[in-house]
Design a binder for this molecule. Structure first.
Ligand code: FAD
Length: 498
């Protein structure tokens, strides 16, 4: 063991700060000296409650027990996202976390489905996906026969406290107070310490900037620069409000588009998280608030939380001896619930590329190149939802429909339109199934299917399609209702589950 422990200072105790603290302490706690600084007076952003399935792998890495975590955060299960009014007003589709159809060695399932559709023997695309049908029937189970791919809806404040407990138990020191100054080495520009308003100095070797959109270290001090993507993702504001639950929690997030953005509904065990995301150029704050308040069912539990944001990414996530994580590293709007996931990949990346002693530029460059490509791929997937629309009922949607989009995304859309092919780049978060569901859901129907499926006699194709749909229905019949499953698996102390 090295005799001098590396000092890691984490600035910020929101979801990002505590995820980083808990993971570093769990994996490298014995060889690191970790301090986290946060200010209760400043507080956290207070949103970020829908997640995606890779969170389960990350939790396994941290040895987190799923039931314990769900009880502590009043979590519910999430099988995907239901999109309403995105392709057109009144249109609905589902982006599930599951696989649709069956993998074949010949070609992707969609080609069999397209031919079946042409012959009039195929059901809706989603009917061949267990997660989709389970979500709509409000079913959930964890069992060997009917394996579902799932994520969670969770209470963000409780999640940070849950992680804090684990991090502190593994030796992370927490410091309450405001950072007044970030001190740097005059020659190298490396950060040397955080000076607190109380006058105390917190020195470190490596600093993680988890101070949210302020980016106190990465931007206010190191002036790293920000690449803005507002021309592709024009929403720049949100209002969030928590309400009482009015019925059983459904196992999916709802994303409902409106004439200048969209709004969300995230059901937890004890309440519902609601929010509206909008472009301030197309909708005023007061109009957005009225729209949100008139759309929620339950009684309000919190005051509306108004959030302005800039979509884009920090030009370098890692600059000198500072790594930005969470909102300090950039922001992609929450349409596909990717931000918490990106904190987790940032921490995993740091663990893999952790500097051996001195920080060398090669490791910094590698980290930054991986972070950039992750941001860009997720960004393109989100842009797809805005671009591929038939909506032209408002200036906002006309802008989205007509805007120029990144070349790679245009290529992907054309490939799907012409050949029904969704390609998935190596290491990419969103899999082929995700691209296919969103392309179809947004109204892009391929002009043709792979000719190899014509070799399958019509009768065999019908048997093939029917057997998948029948299996899905059989598995659903074995599942509990979501509410019953929560009650048995992870009832929270303050849950509203009856
Ligand atoms: C509208 C909206 C909806 C979202 N929905 C989702 C979602 O459904 N799913 C998802 O994955 N993500 C979502 N996100 C993103 C998610 O909220 C964030 O990724 C996550 O909460 C991490 O935030 P953070 O920890 O980086 O920042 P914050 O929560 O802002 O924390 C910043 C921390 O820094 C501290 N700090 C700041 N300045 C100082 C100072 N001077 N001195 C000391 N401490 C300081 C604060 O006290 C706080 O502890 C959403 C974001 C927005 C804006």
């Amino acid at each position: 063991m090295p005799n001098k422990k590396m000092k890691v200072v984490i600035a910020g105790g929101g979801t990002a700060g505590w995820i980083a603290a808990a993971a570093l302490a769990h994996q490298m706690g014995e060889i690191l000296d970790i301090t986290l600084v946060e200010s209760q007076e400043i507080g956290t952003i207070g949103v970020g409650e829908a997640t995606i399935p890779p969170m389960r792998t990350f939790h396994r890495l941290l040895g987190i027990n799923e039931q314990e975590f769900m009880r502590a955060t009043n979590a519910t299960f999430k099988l995907g996202i239901q999109f309403e009014n995105w392709e057109k007003i009144g249109g609905k589709y589902f982006h599930s976390f599951g696989i649709t159809g069956k993998q074949t060695i010949v070609t992707d399932f969609i080609h069999f489905w397209l031919r079946g559709r042409e012959l009039g023997i195929a059901q809706e695309f989603g009917d061949y996906c267990l997660e989709f049908k389970a979500a709509l029937k409000n079913r959930f189970s964890i069992n060997e026969q009917a394996k579902v791919n799932y994520a969670f809806h969770l209470d963000a404040g409780r999640y940070a406290s849950f992680l804090r407990e684990r991090a502190e138990a593994r030796g992370v020191k927490r410091f309450e107070g405001k950072i007044a100054q970030v001190k740097q080495n005059p020659e190298s520009g490396f950060i040397t310490s955080l000076k607190m308003e109380s006058g105390q100095d917190i020195p470190g070797d490596l600093f993680l900037d988890c101070t949210g959109m302020r980016g106190i270290l990465i931007e206010q001090t190191l002036q790293t620069g920000f690449e803005e993507w507002g021309h592709w993702l024009p929403c720049d504001s949100a209002i969030a409000i928590q309400t009482e639950s009015t019925g059983p929690a459904v196992p999916y997030t709802k994303s409902i588009a409106h004439h200048a953005g969209w709004r969300w509904q995230i059901p937890l065990q004890h309440r519902v998280g609601n929010g509206i995301v909008f472009s301030s150029q197309h909708l005023s704050k007061d109009e957005a608030l009225n729209m949100l308040l008139s759309s929620v069912d339950g009684k309000g539990l919190t005051e509306p939380n108004v959030i302005k944001f800039k979509t884009g990414r920090r030009k370098k996530s890692w600059n000198k001896n500072c790594i930005a994580m969470g909102l300090a590293s950039g922001f992609l709007e929450p349409l596909e619930s990717t931000s918490i996931h990106m904190i987790m990949t940032a921490v995993t990346r740091l663990l893999l590329l952790f500097p051996h002693g001195e920080i060398k530029q090669s490791i910094v460059d590698e980290y930054n190149s991986q972070a950039e490509s992750e941001f860009i791929r997720i960004r393109d997937f989100i842009i797809l939802h805005y671009k591929a629309t038939e909506r032209d009922d408002s200036p906002f949607w006309r802008y989205c429909k007509d805007m120029e989009i990144p070349h790679d995304l245009m290529h992907r859309i054309n490939l799907f339109k012409d050949f029904g092919r969704s390609n998935q780049v190596e290491g990419e978060l969103f899999r082929l199934d995700s691209w296919t569901q969103v392309m179809l859901g947004q109204g892009i129907i391929p002009a043709s299917y792979h000719p190899i499926v014509d070799l399958m006699p019509e009768r065999d194709l019908q048997l093939f399609l029917n057997s998948i749909a029948t299996d899905v229905d059989k598995n659903i019949a074995m599942m509990s209702t979501h509410q019953d499953f929560l009650k048995k698996y992870c009832p929270s102390v303050v849950s509203n589950i009856k």
